[in-house]
Design a protein around this ligand. Structure first.
Ligand code: SF4
Length: 693
């Protein structure tokens, strides 16, 4: 075996687990396997396979090594570029940003980023540049917006029960998530509960995922119908004496109103909407109501559906009806984002934030770049962009319109990336980016309670540089004066920790992590939920969360604010995450590609027979936005009327060169926006020229 040293780190990817890692370093430029840290009480020695084999990505021959300037057509890839020095590349970006500002004003420049890294310094430093220059601000909507709104509506604060308590539960409900594929550690804690206590696992998901396969009960429902299930469960809880009236009186806002409201929402009513038999809904409600130590792990599926905020709110009401919040191993968890009380002002330059500067919805990038006045308002067009840590050509809704936007001749684009992504291929300047193993950063987790500081483990590949370097060098050229631009990453991490009343960076690094878990009373909301009166809200103030409240219910309820199936578009498409990819990350690594095989639509045999689709043939799927081609797999683990394409393959991986996000609407969800990746009505038919495979 090759000798190696072991260094600790944290997973930077867009995943709630933010695993504590142990990295084999074979040399100053080469890593071996990556392992989960056994000593971390959440990671518990387990990480997903795609990160365990990160060496495939770290040492991939296609990693970008030097800055590039486009000399060929947009979209052709590496052949369309020639090398350029870092200083020439940065000078050109600064020149183009100044030019855009002179012609149209600062809002013509649009810095755009997302969660290719979740490290706070490398990911969020772009905000300092945005705020100081008064460039257009990015409204973050592509991931958590809809689910956040739903949790905020009832619970009122972005934290929940410690997820390690799942091991002390008697019933765990994984609702709207597939942790086997997307946050494997959840399964570790569930396995502990099953082994030690004989706990039951229930999964609520539109299709039979890996997690559903492992469950005692899979409630397979129609996409976007979750609220109907939750409301019918509440109906049974009240009707059969399973509601905890003492808890309701003490900790919730309008329990009597809720009881009257759900009296008209029986399991038979919900069967019509969800497709789950009424008897199964009743059985589940009785199991849930009879189990005080019941833990709901809320997944991010809610954040991909137009009515997701309403649905998540309805689900979060359940432990308030049974009083499960009050039990160790009971309650629910969605995200722990706020427990770290980190002061982000230095990282993001919040002292320079000007709320009057235009905000542009990141999920509507196609509309923005093609000049939609609903987005631009009376402000200037976007004529210059810096893109870091995201691949919008691939991951944005309405992706054909995004492509059209990037094709504009008058748009200057700089992309800072690790690979020649489809977005980088459209850029004028491409800058090589470091991986998390090549720079310092700090990570908080939404799925657990640990804060982690990491250091560079190997030398950057070629001329690759961190995000911090790029924003700092651009800031210098653009005359910015914020002191964050004069500090190193490490100095920013250290000062951020100190002003946030944590230990210093070196101490935290030496300790490997800091467990920021709050006490039982706080995490279980026994000393109050996040609203002024301390009560859980069955009756949310949607207006306080977002402006678009039309059609949102006063009390938890199903609302058909979805892309409803019609005779023309009879199937509902869900674009769930593939196990071997993470958004568009890992779509270049050979093992991930081999295991995912090819873009595939899962279709129920009944639908397939009706539509004349045989297993393995190429089909076309379309809606008002366009059509794509993909191979079909007959699968009875979903309801007739639902189809699933596990994602996110690149556009170029689909037979026609258009990926699944070409079908996804960019119309915002309610009440405060949000992308709706699982909310698409489509037609499907065999592709005339498609061959069976
Ligand atoms: S489970 Fe999530 S956090 Fe853990 S290694 Fe995999 S991608 Fe990273």
């Amino acid at each position: 075996m090759t000798p190696f040293d072991t260094f600790h780190s944290a997973c930077p990817h867009d995943c709630p687990s933010t695993c504590a890692l142990e990295v084999e370093r074979i040399s100053p430029t080469q890593i071996g396997r990556i392992h989960g840290a056994k000593a971390n009480s959440y990671t518990a020695g387990v990480i997903c396979a795609k990160v365990a084999r990160y060496a495939e990505r770290q040492h991939h021959p296609d990693r970008l090594r030097q800055p590039l300037r486009r000399v060929g057509d947009k979209g052709v890839g590496r052949a369309g570029f020639e090398p350029i020095s870092w200083s020439a590349a940065l000078d050109e970006i600064a020149r183009q940003f100044e030019r855009a500002e002179q012609r149209f004003g600062a809002e013509a420049v649009f810095p755009y980023y997302y969660a290719g890294t979740m490290g706070l310094v490398q990911r969020d430093g772009i905000w300092r540049l945005t705020h100081e220059k008064k460039y257009s601000r990015m409204k973050s909507t592509i991931c958590v917006t809809l689910a956040d709104a739903g949790w905020q509506a009832g619970v009122g604060v972005m934290r929940g029960v410690d997820t390690r308590e799942m091991a002390e539960s008697d019933l765990i409900v994984v609702w709207g998530g597939n942790p086997v594929a997307t946050q494997v550690n959840v399964m570790t804690h569930i396995a502990r509960a099953r082994k030690a206590r004989g706990a039951k696992l229930v999964v609520v998901d539109p299709y039979r995922t890996g997690t559903a396969e492992a469950a005692d009960l899979h409630l397979m429902l129609r996409p976007g119908s979750d609220a109907a299930l939750a409301v019918a469960v509440m109906h049974v809880l009240f009707k059969e004496g399973l509601a905890d009236r003492a808890y309701l009186a003490r900790h919730t806002d309008v329990p009597e109103e809720l009881e009257r409201h759900v009296a008209g929402r029986s399991p038979e009513w919900a069967e019509e909407i969800t497709g789950i038999p009424a008897a199964t809904i009743r059985d589940f409600a009785r199991l849930y109501g009879a189990t005080k130590k019941s833990f709901i792990r809320v997944g991010y599926g809610f954040s991909r559906t137009r009515n997701g905020a309403v649905s998540l709110h309805a689900v979060s009401c359940l432990p308030s009806v049974t009083g499960a919040w009050a039990e160790r191993g009971g309650g629910a968890h969605y995200s722990n984002r706020t427990i770290y009380h980190l002061d982000n002002s230095l990282i993001q330059g919040l002292d320079l934030l000007d709320p009057s500067v235009r905000e542009l919805d990141q999920s509507r990038l196609g509309a923005i770049l093609t000049g939609d006045r609903r987005d631009l308002g009376d402000g200037p067009p976007v004529t210059a962009m810096l893109v870091q840590s995201t691949n919008p050509m691939n991951v944005c809704p309405n992706s054909a319109l995004v492509k059209k936007g990037f094709e504009r001749d008058d748009l200057f684009v700089a992309v800072h990336e690790q690979f020649m992504t489809e977005t980088a291929a459209m850029a004028d300047i491409v800058l090589p980016a470091t991986t998390f193993l090549e720079h310092d950063d700090i990570y908080r987790a939404s799925g657990h309670t640990h804060l982690q500081v990491t250091r560079r483990i190997v030398e950057p590949l070629g001329e690759a540089r961190p995000n911090h370097f790029v924003v700092t060098e651009l800031a210098k050229r653009l005359g910015c004066r914020h002191r964050g631009f004069s500090l190193s990453e490490w100095e920013i991490i250290d000062e951020t920790l100190r002003i946030s009343d944590h230990v210093d960076a070196q101490t935290m690094y030496d300790n490997r992590w800091q467990d920021c878990a709050l006490d039982f009373e706080t995490t279980h909301f026994l000393n109050g939920f996040g609203h002024a009166d301390g009560r859980f809200r069955f009756k949310p103030d949607w207006r306080a969360i977002g402006p678009d409240v039309e059609g949102l219910p006063a009390l938890p309820d199903y609302v058909a604010l979805i892309d409803r199936p019609t005779a023309e578009y009879p199937l509902r498409l869900v674009t769930a995450p593939a196990r071997q990819f993470l958004n568009s990350t890992f779509t270049m690594t050979p093992t991930s590609r081999q295991r995912e095989a090819r873009p595939t639509v899962l279709i129920h045999p009944t639908d397939a027979a009706r539509l004349g689709v045989a297993d393995g043939v190429e089909v076309e799927i379309g809606n008002r936005l366009g059509s794509i081609r993909v191979h079909a797999r007959l699968f009875d683990g979903l309801l007739p009327g639902t189809v699933v394409i596990e994602s996110l393959w690149g556009n170029a991986d689909f037979p026609g060169g258009l990926g699944v996000n070409a079908l996804v609407s960019d119309e915002p969800g309610k009440p405060d926006g949000g992308a709706v990746f699982h909310d698409t009505a489509v037609w499907l038919r065999p592709h005339a020229a498609g061959a069976a495979a």
